[in-house]
Ligand binder design. Structure first.
Ligand SMILES: Nc1ncnc2c1ncn2[C@@H]1O[C@H](COP(=O)(O)OP(=O)(O)OP(=O)(O)O)[C@@H](O)[C@H]1O
Ligand SMILES: [Mg+2]
Length: 325
């Protein structure tokens, strides 16, 4: 049994790079966080910030051109980066499972929903086909799909995008994992369905006491779901804080900008600047703080020296403005 606050997943100084024709391209520059039992950590960042490569690296699902060039990913103390393939297979789906952005692409079009769900169950659990079928129906009902018996006999093309995502969630939760890694699970869905799916994930996570890493480019999505938020920018953590504190008082100018772009126009105030420009291209990070070229408060020091993460009352901010606070 694990205790509350016990670390389940610990990412330590994780570095990832791609091998390209131009040479090695670092895309993640020393990411660290601890996910405790029953907590939801949201990883938020603009497109290209490294959210997906970080998620894929947890279960060693990176494409062949990418590799972990440093650091550790520990699941209950075991380093996943050096675990044997056989041991990793026991963890994949069973202890740590993933849901991705495009549910339709993740389902097999030539197998029925029932075949796919029972296959997952039978691959990891000693149970009869009948028991697996009954459990599959139970899972579909749990994720809000009515008439489960009939639905199990249908194919993915007979399901809407939102329903496919519900099936993916059922599949991810089938083996009662300790950790769910969800990479933009609602981005492909329309807004109403998005809200329903988020509510469902949160409800199932609470019921089971599982931990989750929830990845999104949209800070608004995070508000109702996350306990903690990590803001990623150009492969580095810029700010990490309990969600309520981050929303009430964002410390990093980048987080302030992200929040400002969400605020209704009449609530926008001068202290929250909207971010102009684009993130740096991998391999071409500026010398100092990688956000300095877009930061309204940047000083010469920001442009020259890379800031460390400063800690204040359990929050972390990579910004020279927080030095000595
Ligand atoms: N096959 C590849 N070869 C070279 N660079 C890559 C490759 N795949 C991704 N990258 C680079 O790695 C960086 C991180 O990509 P990643 O997909 O993790 O971003 P992301 O934060 O998930 O973005 P998005 O919000 O668009 O999903 C990006 O700069 C991207 O250009
Ligand atoms: Mg991504």
């Amino acid at each position: 049994m694990t205790q509350p606050d016990e670390p389940i997943l610990e990412v330590r100084d994780l570095k990832i790079e791609f091998s390209t024709e131009e040479g090695l391209l670092p895309v993640l520059h020393g990411l660290s966080y601890t996910l405790s039992k029953g907590r939801v950590l949201a990883v938020v960042g603009e497109s290209g910030s490294g959210k997906t490569v970080h998620a894929l690296s947890i279960l060693r699902l990176l494409p062949p051109t990418a590799h972990i060039s440093g650091g550790e990913i520990r699941y209950k103390g075991k380093n996943l980066a050096t675990l044997s393939r056989a041991e990793l297979r026991k963890i994949r789906g069973n202890k740590i499972s993933m849901i991705f952005q495009d549910p339709a692409a993740s389902l097999n079009p030539v197998l029925t929903i029932g075949e796919q769900l029972t296959e997952t169950l039978l691959a990891h659990r000693k149970m009869s086909k009948e028991a697996a079928r009954a459990r599959a129906a139970e899972l579909l009902e749990k994720v809000g799909i009515a008439d489960a018996e009939k639905r199990l006999r249908e194919y993915p093309f007979q399901f809407s995008g939102g329903m496919c995502q519900r099936v993916m969630i059922a599949m991810a939760l089938a083996l009662e994992p300790d950790v769910l890694v969800a990479d933009e699970p609602t981005t492909a869905l329309d807004v109403t369905v998005q809200a329903q799916i988020l509510k469902l994930i949160k409800q199932l996570q609470r019921q089971s006491g599982m931990s989750a890493v929830f990845i999104t480019h949209n800070l608004a999505v995070v508000a109702g779901i996350a306990d903690d938020v990590l803001v990623l920018y150009a492969g580095q953590c810029m700010e990490q804080a309990p969600a309520a504190e981050l929303f009430a008082r964002p410390l990093h100018p980048y987080t302030q900008g992200l929040l400002s772009s969400l605020a209704p126009v009449h609530e926008k105030v001068d202290i929250l600047p909207v971010i102009k420009g684009h993130p740096p291209v991998p391999g071409q990070l500026p010398k100092g703080c990688s956000f300095a070229p877009r930061c309204p408060y940047a000083t010469d020091k920001c442009r020259q020296e890379r800031p460390p993460l400063f800690e204040e009352n359990g929050r972390f901010t990579r910004c020279w403005l927080r030095e000595g606070k």
